[in-house]
Ligand binder design. Structure first.
Ligand code: SMO
Length: 763
């Protein structure tokens, strides 16, 4: 068994800043994306999107569209596999059937020779709708008598249950009343009432967090091409999840997974939104027409029809003693899931009740369906919403008990062994270390008195970290260089991290390592690039693969050098006897020995596998300094410090990049970003003119403080780093606004209008 942690102080490659392997191609525009790919005979799909949030589809008349130049087909749900007409999930609901469930839902797919021809023909498709009342606001959607999103039963209910339901529950009157509540959960510990009785201070408030668009640079894009022979197809797609998207397409189309080959494309940003959404539709169209097709959404289509992060409404009550110890939490978290279930309620509950020690807690989560797009993941899903709320509350509680906000957090912060709300104890975590580092930082220490339009806020939050088995391969080439094969998509520099791990483990410079993300047929298994798990899981497999390849090389050299493999080391492209540098054999020589006709040495091909059993949670903390304009109530973040426990920074350059990018998005949560629907379910923010993603001028000067509390299981002690940095900044900014103005805006984002109103109400 290989141990995963090594003495990193002697490391040559890991822990040193490494430029991205594909950085030059990216910045010079040579990288090819899905929109650049050409296939012979490629047709283009454009979608007819529903103008209404809820309506009956009365008639779709494509006759005029079909006569337009270049148009090959106009397809509706009736032309697609049965899953489209009884969808269990958003990805299965390829085109609307009988009813539309949200503004922007795809209703028909127009296929034409060029994109422009398809776009013109979209306008010629005549759709008759009968408008229906829509459930848009989640609280109204929960009320009795609200229009139901699924009047005939929730999707995702097992077919077996539906088929046997009536018999099992007796007469129809006894069946539970239909509602838009898709799921509820309860997590309790101790007795919350007793906890509040023991409290000296109790704070109760309702918070709201917005619907947020993931705002990746590249809108969704997928191509599909039927196999020239047989029933299969190849799908080229910008996805986070090679094997997951294959499974989803197979399920939606009712064909075997093994008849589908997924070729993952370079992803122009994803942040959780690019698992499987439109791929089944594109695959179904390609198979139906037996022609290669592409669907590339425009920005507005992407905002309207993709899967944003859910809105939350959180009723939160917490109690504390005068000495600063928390006594109890009671919370009700309502997530608006849109038209299909899938909100991250359980992660949210775990972080809401797990970040601090709470002797008594009672957390209820409610997932509500509405006539809006079904929600998807967004970097730190659930944990971000929880932290936005919890950390505002903690700040005000600190004021009420009269403690420094960091000191108050330190008195309650969870540590190794403390239980999450589900009873699972935390492994070793860096939360307390981060709080200490923030407390010592000059931005906090010298922050001066609050008020006068300038303030500094603090917040911390964490991510539990994903797990999934993974395999990897490491082969040596003729010249002694290495090729690493992985099945994970490189969203954020992980392939460069894999190269560093392999180079360090094998003993070659990073320039001697290439990393290939294969297609679903050729790549070793890996989970989706999500959950901050690629370095932690695939990285361990790569480390083991490189170690095995190295052992093979040493064994080959041992015979040639008539030495024990244990006495050999790889130095400057050669295997040499330790301490006897002139007794050596070049890696090239070994490569030549097996890559030739009649060779007698087995090829160097190392394999590594991992199945991590324990999570490696990653915490981050933020100090944000803001200035609030006295006249306009506009908030500007002037400085931001982010400290993050990354376990071990295998590539500090990409780790810092993750911290900067996540923090910028976190500022978006706090101050700018919000998809706004009107009462009828019309989206009012369907362009980047109306939806504010922080621009450079709105992104503060940042300082990244890398904290390294090694994880026992990650390669070189690494933890996942992707999600944590987006989690605390929004609350830190809101707390800074509170410090600057004395006013708490409990509904995010803190817009100038909201802050102005809150200030007026406070005077
Ligand atoms: S939100 Mo994710 O894809 O880790």
């Amino acid at each position: 068994m290989l141990t995963s942690t090594v003495n990193t102080s002697a490391a040559q490659v890991v822990g040193k800043p490494q430029k991205l392997l594909d950085g030059r191609d990216r910045v010079t525009g040579r990288t090819r994306f899905g929109g650049d790919i050409q296939l012979p005979g490629l047709l283009h799909i454009r979608l007819v999107l529903s103008p209404y949030a809820h309506a009956r589809l009365e008639r779709i008349d494509a006759s005029r569209a079909l006569q337009m130049p270049g148009v090959v087909a106009v397809l509706t749900a009736d032309d697609l596999p049965p899953a489209a007409r009884q969808p269990r999930s958003r990805a299965h609901a390829m085109l609307a059937h009988e009813r539309v469930l949200f503004r922007g839902q795809p209703v028909a797919a127009v296929v034409a020779a060029t994109e422009a021809q398809a776009m013109d023909a979209v306008d010629a498709v005549e759709v008759e709708y009968e408008m229906l009342d829509a459930a848009v606001d989640p609280l109204l959607a929960m009320a009795k008598g609200a229009p139901l999103v699924w009047p005939d039963g929730l999707p995702g209910e097992s077919e077996e249950l539906a088929a046997h339901g009536a018999a099992a529950t007796g007469p129809a009157e006894a069946a539970p009343e239909r509602s838009n509540i898709a799921a509820t959960s309860h997590l309790t510990r101790g007795d919350a009432a007793q906890g509040f009785a023991e409290a000296d201070v109790i704070l109760e408030r309702t918070y709201r967090t917005p619907i947020v668009y993931q705002a990746y640079v590249e809108p969704h894009v997928t191509l599909a091409e039927p196999s020239p022979l047989g029933d299969g197809l190849t799908v080229y797609t910008a996805t986070q999840s090679v094997f997951g998207v294959r499974q989803t397409i197979a399920g939606a189309l009712g064909i075997p997974e093994t008849s589908i080959k997924i070729v993952p494309l370079t992803v122009g940003g994803a942040f959780g939104a690019k698992f499987a959404v439109f791929q089944p539709l594109v695959a179904a169209v390609a198979l139906r027409l037996r022609r290669p097709v592409r669907l590339a959404l425009t920005r507005s289509e992407d905002i309207l029809a993709s899967t944003p992060a859910p809105q939350s409404i959180v009723e939160l009550k917490m109690g504390a003693k005068r000495d600063g110890r928390l006594t109890a939490m009671q919370a009700r978290m309502i997530f608006d899931a849109g038209c299909f279930p899938g909100a991250p309620a359980s992660i949210a509950a775990l972080m809401l009740g797990g970040t601090y020690r709470l002797p008594h807690l009672a957390i209820e989560t409610v997932e509500v369906l509405t006539h809006k797009p079904s929600v998807g993941a967004y970097r730190g899903p659930g944990a971000t919403q929880s932290t936005l709320v919890l950390e505002q509350h903690m700040d005000d509680l600190a004021h009420q008990v009269g403690l420094d906000p960091i000191e108050f957090r330190l008195r309650n912060a969870s540590d190794e062994g403390d239980p999450l709300p589900n009873g699972t104890p935390f492994p070793q975590i860096g939360l307390r270390t981060i709080l200490q580092r923030l407390a010592e930082h000059p931005l906090w220490r010298d922050r001066g008195p609050a008020g006068s339009g300038r303030g500094v806020g603090v917040a911390v939050g964490g991510w539990l970290g994903g797990l999934e088995p993974a395999a990897a391969a490491c082969k040596m080439d003729r010249d002694g260089s290495l090729v690493i094969s992985v099945g994970s998509v490189d969203l954020n520099g992980t392939n460069t991290t894999m190269a560093a791990i392999a180079a360090e483990t094998f003993g070659v410079p990073i320039e001697k390592v290439r990393v290939v993300t294969g297609d679903s047929d050729s790549a070793p298994y890996a989970g989706a690039a999500g959950g901050s798990k690629i370095t932690y899981t695939v990285g361990l497999a790569v480390q083991r693969a490189a170690a095995e390849a190295k052992q093979q090389v040493l064994n080959i050299a041992a015979e040639r050098l008539e030495a024990s493999a244990d006495d050999l080391e790889i130095v400057q492209g050669a295997v040499q006897v330790r301490g006897v540098p002139d007794r050596k054999v070049a890696l090239k020589e070994i490569g030549e020995a097996f890559m030739r006709f009649g060779g007698v040495v087995e090829p160097v091909y190392g394999r590594g596998r991992s199945a991590q059993l324990e999570r490696a949670p990653g915490f981050a903390g933020v100090l944000a300094e803001v200035e609030v304009d006295e006249a306009t109530s506009e908030t500007r973040v002037t400085r931001l410090v982010i400290a993050q426990d990354v376990g071990f920074a295998i590539n500090p350059l990409t780790v810092e990049g993750q911290m900067h990018g996540g923090a910028a998005q976190g500022v978006g949560w706090g101050l700018y970003e919000r998809l706004v629907y009107d009462a009828g379910g019309q989206l009012l923010t369907a362009s980047l003119m109306d939806y504010t993603v922080p621009r450079a001028a709105q992104t503060p000067a940042m300082e990244a403080v890398i904290v390294e509390v090694p994880s026992p299981n990650g390669p070189f002690g690494a933890r996942g780093v992707g999600e944590p940095p987006i989690i605390p900044p929004g609350a830190a900014v809101a707390n800074a606004v509170r410090a600057a103005t004395g006013v708490r805006v409990s509904e995010l984002p803190v817009t100038p209008e909201a802050l102005h109103r809150a200030r007026q109400a406070a005077t």
